[in-house]
Design a protein around this ligand. Sequence first.
Ligand code: UDP
Ligand code: MG
Length: 326
Amino acid sequence: MAESRPVLDIVAPFLNEAQSASAFAALLDELEAEVSQRFGMDVHKILVDDGSRDDGAQRFSQALSGSWEIVRLSRNFGKEVAVLAGLDQSRGAMALVMDADLQHSMDTSLKMIAELVENPDIDVVYAQNDRREASWRRSQLAKLFYGLINSSQRFDIPENAGDFRVMRGAVVRALTSLRDKRRFNKGLFAWAGFRQKAMTYSPENRVTGKSKWSRLNLIAFSLEGFTSFSVIPLRIISLSGMLAALAGIIYGAKVFFEVMFYGIAVPGYPSLMVAVVLLGGLNLTLLGLIGEYVWVTLSESKDRPVYIVRDVVRGVSDRPPGASGA
Ligand code: UDP
Ligand code: MG
């Protein structure tokens, strides 16, 4: 009977995805049938309603079958936290994290699961987006970001890898033991370590709804990554501050020398302006950056939970799990 079979938890956060509910539930059914047939695993679906304002949770609860639960958060906490809320419920031998907007295909999911099942030496298989960044400028920015963030630590955050991944239970427990409140999953996944393997894929186009990432969101997200995983920005700024000060000293010495020995009147104004503006700018930037770090420290030091659950809706299977379609 089904009791002794290992369980694969599928964790999917959603925010205002009512339109894709039935299609995603169908994808999960298909995935469940394949997983059951090919790998002899039962599937438990853990969806996290990240404060949706539409009737998504209701639609999902009507569309889902088999063994499932929907964790409804008390408000929108952001995808990073929603993933944690889902993983917190995971008890299975493996967990697959995927988006509920149909951008993460069944095909890639199955490939990743197969890789993990067949290869006991690997603990995590993550999907790496092979889509070339739309613009050259943006891809250069991404390079710079990862270059900076990875230059100062013992673990590397891979480029173009997100939450779409399959991991063993031990990895899930390691991740859920990290209770960072300001979460940057890419960094946490890398920090946790384990033996990880990349698998390239192309995300599907979004059929319904829209992406929740605005340009401002992306900037905030990058700052999050910096401040929670790197001291490099602080070092760069202190270094440039020191360079500016050095340049100031040298220039000051030159002016002093000219006045003393050649009696040249100090022309002054333009160079003064440049120095004031430059140093003022540097000062403000540094202050802002320190503010960011202080803000992170402050939010981590408050003893608040990472998220709050409003309620959990559970589904009892209307047919034996794993018996579907196989
Ligand atoms: N999502 C979420 N909370 C948020 C934002 C997004 O749970 O605050 C979900 C969203 O419903 C989707 C997944 O996270 O299932 C990925 O979001 P999105 O499609 O906006 O990101 P993209 O695919 O553009 O990176
Ligand atoms: Mg998406």
